[in-house]
Design a protein around this ligand. Structure first.
Ligand code: PLP
Length: 443
């Protein structure tokens, strides 16, 4: 084990931020100081086209005057209050607004601060709800093995990815995994004839093996984001809904990354469940909710699930919450962001810009270094043959003034939904050049 020797760095030169999800040894980091539209600027005055929307959250772009003004206005009236005791106008209006965007049974919203907190709350609600109904044995949560639902303890228990959970145990009991809807041979990069994508048959076998009477909820992302931009085949989310109904299991859609337009529909579940008139029982949202302007997340549940909590034996309500969950200034930011998403028609825009980017990047599949190019709306993954190649390409495009995040081997192209046709073209060209410029044999 070699700890980092910090003795040579002068005290003034030290960056004392413990940067999450990145190696301490990483010497060079950007310091971002200002922004506008789809661009951020560093402390040397260099401008970067942001093809990652921050971390998939900057949906309406940076420094939008209407959002800045909404934040200023609310902070000057009442910055916040704990929603256990009171309502505030922006939180109330936002809960109404979210209900209006979702199918009818999804009506009541609990606010939290982050996507991980939303996961924790959704799982607790599912288990408590079964208990209220006299089913205390239903505690298990099943989720896709490659899903990502946050960094807190319950959330990492819900993924099987060793990178996210190793060393953090003991993890809580009560989790089991469903096969990720991706051909395992494609995922491992081995040569094969014909793809076998796990779906309803495998999932039902896994549910039966776990014991349906023990399962509280199935928790899934409509499109797996951080886990590698994996788009389940059409119809598979609907078959999961049917399986949940058959076995008395709640379906929780984690729309933290996909919610509010990212996939070219207001919510990712609409692609699959919507046409069949189906919906999840609980939905979690965060990132796009405030477009990155403030920390805020939401757990929205079916009306009857909410009403049943009046029967909670200890409180007659939900025994859960956070001091700043539903922060009034964050809710005001969210209302302004949703106005922009609707007024500027950013959901159909995400669909068309997504098609443009996917078409521009698809020819890269011919390169030896690229395993796949896939996506839905403005959530696109360019899967490289290795993590190192992906990190190298992310660095190379940064030097050319474009920011793209690599999650493992997958370069995740997910710009703000406001990206213009020209910006999308420029970004795709820079990425393609960087991949073609890899040393021969790799590129
Ligand atoms: N769920 C999904 C699908 C996510 O992509 C993320 C974050 O990337 C989370 C949950 C966790 O959200 P947060 O980072 O706000 O805790």
């Amino acid at each position: 084990m070699t700890a980092l020797d910090l003795s040579s760095a002068s005290s003034g030169a030290r960056d004392r931020i413990w940067h999450p999800w990145s190696p301490i040894q990483q010497a060079q980091r950007l310091t971002l100081t200002s922004s506008r539209g789809c661009y951020v600027r560093d402390d040397d005055g260099r401008s970067y086209l942001d093809l990652r929307a921050g971390t998939l959250n900057a949906t309406v772009g940076y420094s939008h005057p209407a959002v800045v003004e909404a934040i200023r206005d609310q902070a000057s009236r009442l910055m916040t209050w704990d929603l256990a005791e009171v309502s505030t106008p922006p939180a109330r209006e936002l809960a109404d607004r979210i209900a209006g965007l979702l199918p009818e049974p999804l009506e009541y919203t609990l606010f939290c601060n982050s996507g991980s907190e939303a996961t924790e709350a959704a799982l607790k609600i599912a288990r408590m709800w079964h208990r209220i109904h006299g089913r205390p044995g239903r505690t298990v949560v099943m989720s896709f093995a490659d899903g990502y639902h946050g960094a807190t303890t319950a959330a990492i228990a819900a993924t099987a990815a060793p990178f996210r959970r190793d060393g953090a145990g003991p993890l809580p009991a009560g989790y089991a995994h469903l096969a990720t809807p991706r051909c395992p041979s494609c995922a491992s990069g081995e040569e094969h004839d014909g793809c076998m994508v796990p779906g309803a048959a495998e999932w039902e076998a896994q549910i039966l093996a776990a014991g349906p009477e023990t399962i509280a909820a199935v928790l899934v992302e409509p499109v797996l984001s951080v886990g590698g931009v994996i788009v389940p085949p059409p119809g598979e989310l609907a078959s999961l809904r049917t399986l949940c109904d058959r076995h008395g299991i709640l379906l929780i859609a984690d729309e933290v990354a996909t919610g509010f337009g990212r996939t070219g529909r207001m919510f990712g579940f609409e692609h699959d469940l919507g046409p069949a008139g189906m919906a999840p029982d609980i939905i979690t949202t965060a990132k796009g909710l405030t477009g990155g302007y403030a920390p805020l997340a939401a757990v929205t549940v079916r009306t009857d699930i909410y009403a049943d909590f009046a029967c909670d034996p200890l409180l007659g309500g939900l025994r859960h919450g956070h001091t700043t969950g539903g922060h009034a200034t964050a809710c005001a930011a969210a209302l302004a962001v949703l106005d922009i998403v609707e007024h500027d028609k950013l959901v159909p825009a995400a669909a068309s810009r997504g098609t443009q980017l996917l078409e521009a990047l698809a020819p890269l599949k011919q390169r030896p270094s690229v395993r796949d190019v896939r996506g839905l709306g403005l959530l696109i993954g360019v899967e490289m043959a290795s993590m190192e190649l992906a990190a190298g390409v992310a660095q190379a495009v940064q030097e050319k003034g474009v920011l793209i995040r690599a999650f493992g081997p997958v370069l995740t192209v997910a710009p703000p939904l406001i990206i213009s046709e020209q910006e999308a073209e420029d970004g795709a060209r820079t990425l393609a050049h960087a991949i073609r410029a890899l040393p021969s044999g790799e590129g």
